[in-house]
Design a protein around this ligand. Structure first.
Ligand SMILES: [Zn+2]
Length: 268
């Protein structure tokens, strides 16, 4: 087949499947339907439960989940089930995998100065999920081969390979600049609507940039998947300041400090 034939086949298939976007992203082709993505997420989640050291401390998971669900309730995919996980890992990082799963490292919990900074990173990850950047990447990588076998985990070695990339910051996990911009923009909105001061996203990003100079190994995994620049931070701040003033936006809460002391032992 000629390239153009393949391309038009690809595009028509995308049209037939309704492009399967959530409607908020800028429309990269996504051949994975929403229900397929959530199914895929379940398989990934089960595998990650074996591969990662997850924190089971109830108060910690409840705290992270509460912030996460509050943010999710302001998104276009609020009717899908979302789940939040805490990983015992001192690296300052959080990541999302397809199907509404967001992972927050204990290193991130320790590094934030307030709840709004934590909400900032989480809102950004949730926005990647809502924009379905993960399955867009998969569509790009696998094209029409992203059939039932891959989606339904009948090919465990591929599932493993994808997961290793997503979690390890491989090519599949590398978001483009426009993906990052989109997630920042949406994330700021979700924070604002959920009642968190979006300035928290900017101050946390500044912290990540300065850590890159002083403790590069602690933020390596974050930077391997999220290109972060001064200009991105400036754009986040500008967007936050353009929003109409709103009373009572949360910066600090009364719980973060106790959560930080509970997870301290995982970061040693
Ligand atoms: Zn990102």
């Amino acid at each position: 087949m000629k390239i153009t034939t393949i391309l038009s086949l690809f595009l028509s298939l995308a049209l037939v499947s309704g492009c399967a976007t959530s409607g908020v992203n800028r429309g990269d082709v996504n051949l994975v339907s929403l229900s397929e993505e959530w199914q895929m997420g379940q398989q990934f989640e089960q595998q990650l439960a074996k591969d990662l050291k997850l924190v089971n401390d109830r108060a910690t998971v409840a705290y992270v989940s509460r912030i996460g669900q509050q943010l999710v309730s302001q998104t276009e995919l609020r009717n899908q089930p979302w789940e939040f996980h805490v990983v015992a890992d001192p690296a300052i990082n959080a990541f999302n995998i397809p199907g509404g799963h967001v992972y927050v490292n204990t290193g991130l919990l320790a590094a934030v100065d307030n709840a709004a900074e934590l909400a900032g990173v989480m809102a950004h990850e949730i926005a990647h999920g809502v924009s379905r950047h993960g399955t867009e990447r998969l569509t790009k990588a696998y094209g029409l081969n992203i059939g039932a076998g891959l989606l339904l985990g009948q090919d465990p070695s591929t599932t493993q390979k994808i997961l290793a990339q997503l979690v390890g910051g491989g090519a599949l996990a590398k978001f483009s600049r426009s993906d990052e911009r989109e997630s920042d923009e949406l994330g700021v909105l979700y924070m604002y609507r959920a009642g968190y001061d979006p300035e928290g996203m900017a101050t946390m990003f500044e912290k990540l940039l300065s850590q890159r100079k002083s403790r590069p190994s602690a933020v390596q995994s974050f930077f391997s998947s999220h290109p972060l620049t001064e200009s991105r931070i400036a754009a986040v701040r500008a967007e936050a300041r353009q929003l109409p003033p709103k009373r009572g936006l949360t910066t600090r809460d009364g719980e973060l400090a106790s959560v930080q002391s509970r997870v301290g032992r995982y970061n040693r």
